[in-house]
Ligand binder design. Structure first.
Ligand SMILES: [Zn+2]
Length: 375
């Protein structure tokens, strides 16, 4: 079982530069926990500061946590915007308890593009650290605002740690991507380079887990220990999944697993679909298209909600899920990405669209499972 699949509920909170931003609901738990931990520190007297009142402590806790999470979002947004400049569509930005993730529609075309996209994140975190440091210095030396100083000092330190940790050379960390770009550039094959850096990623994850256990047993720092172990497991799992996806044998690109682009016309009556199409095509979802243009995805689940007596008067276009970024992939996208997208879009299926925008294939979750390629 994939560790990050145990719970994967997400809510969509915003659209930034046309990129959907989703928040994993566990994120809210971590937000509250972080705010509480920081508040607790200030309540007891942070560093050399005098203890604050309860309300002040909470305000500081929430404000600091908010800035830290905003920093993570800024980090991911930087990856996304540079990827966009490289001509890659961004499926979404997800904020989860262990950081963030900018999901790209496909792999970069060149080592150079890969390098730029990878480096954008840590570079932005260094920049945020610098800005936060400037604000905290001004608060301290010019305005003598101790709490503002403390909030931005923590933010600066957080960003610095984020930048440094992400530069560790193991996939899927940014440093691993930089290293992959380098190996790729040196003439290595992309697959081979990816396998190599995902092994480093597993190694780093192992070190993080061991460090967590050590902190817990030796120093009784249980929160830190638990956190390290969770982050380590998350990393290990992600690195292993990438390693498997890039290991030889079996299909790994969408093009290798997709079926022929069978589709129904948007104007098809539901009654016709049920009587004439379903008996021949036993699938739980259909691409809805006209002239190879994808209009949407129709699932049998959605059909079930339509009362039988309306089947004769309803067209497929009225019950389908209209086309949106989470309903299609490119043929050379990885099956792993496609599987994640299908798991989340609720339809369990994807249209496969080539660079001319034409429907060239169809993918369903069950299909991939049967071929036992991506889990
Ligand atoms: Zn990053």
């Amino acid at each position: 079982m994939r560790f990050d699949n145990i719970l994967h509920r997400q809510v969509r909170v915003a659209n930034v530069f046309g990129i959907p931003v989703r928040i994993d609901y566990r994120w809210f738990v971590v937000f509250a926990l972080s705010a509480w931990l920081i508040a607790e520190n200030f309540y007891r007297g942070f560093w050399y500061l005098k203890p604050t009142g309860e309300v002040t402590a909470w305000v500081v806790g929430v404000a600091t946590t908010f800035l830290l999470f905003l920093s993570v979002f800024g980090h991911e947004l930087s990856h996304a915007l540079v990827a966009k400049m490289e001509g890659i569509e961004i499926v979404e930005i997800v904020l989860h308890p262990f950081g963030g993730l900018a999901r790209l529609r496909r792999e970069p075309d060149s080592p150079r593009a890969e390098f730029r996209i990878a480096v954008a994140g840590p570079a932005s975190s260094f920049l945020f650290a610098l800005v936060a440091f400037a604000v905290c210095s001004a608060a301290f030396f010019v305005f003598h605002l101790e709490l503002v100083w403390a909030i931005f000092a923590i933010t600066a330190a957080g960003n610095l740690m984020l930048a440094i940790f992400n530069l560790l050379p193991g996939y899927p960390l940014d440093g691993g991507r930089v290293l992959r770009a380098y190996l790729w550039h040196r003439g290595g094959e992309l697959d081979q380079a990816t396998r190599r850096v995902s092994q480093f990623g597993q190694l780093i994850a192992g070190v993080v887990i061991v460090y967590g256990v050590y902190m817990g047993l030796r120093h009784g720092a249980y929160f830190m220990a638990l956190w390290s172990v969770l982050v380590g497991l998350f990393l290990w799992d992600a690195a292993r999944a990438v390693y498997r996806a890039y290991s030889g044998g079996g299909a790994r690109a969408v093009a290798d697993a997709m079926t022929a682009p069978f589709s129904v016309e948007p104007d098809t009556l539901v009654s016709h679909l049920v009587d004439a199409v379903l008996p021949l095509h036993r699938q739980s979802a259909f691409a809805v298209a006209r002239g190879r243009r994808l209009h949407g995805i129709l699932t049998l689940e959605d059909l079930k909600r339509l009362p039988r007596e309306r089947w004769h008067a309803t067209r497929v276009s009225e019950v389908m899920r209209p086309v949106a970024p989470e309903f299609f992939v490119e043929p050379h996208a990885s099956l792993q990405d496609a599987d994640a997208l299908m798991k989340r879009n609720g339809a369990g299926a994807l249209g496969v669209i080539d660079d001319k925008g034409e429907l060239v294939g169809f993918l369903q979750r069950g299909q991939i499972k049967r071929r036992a390629v991506v889990k």
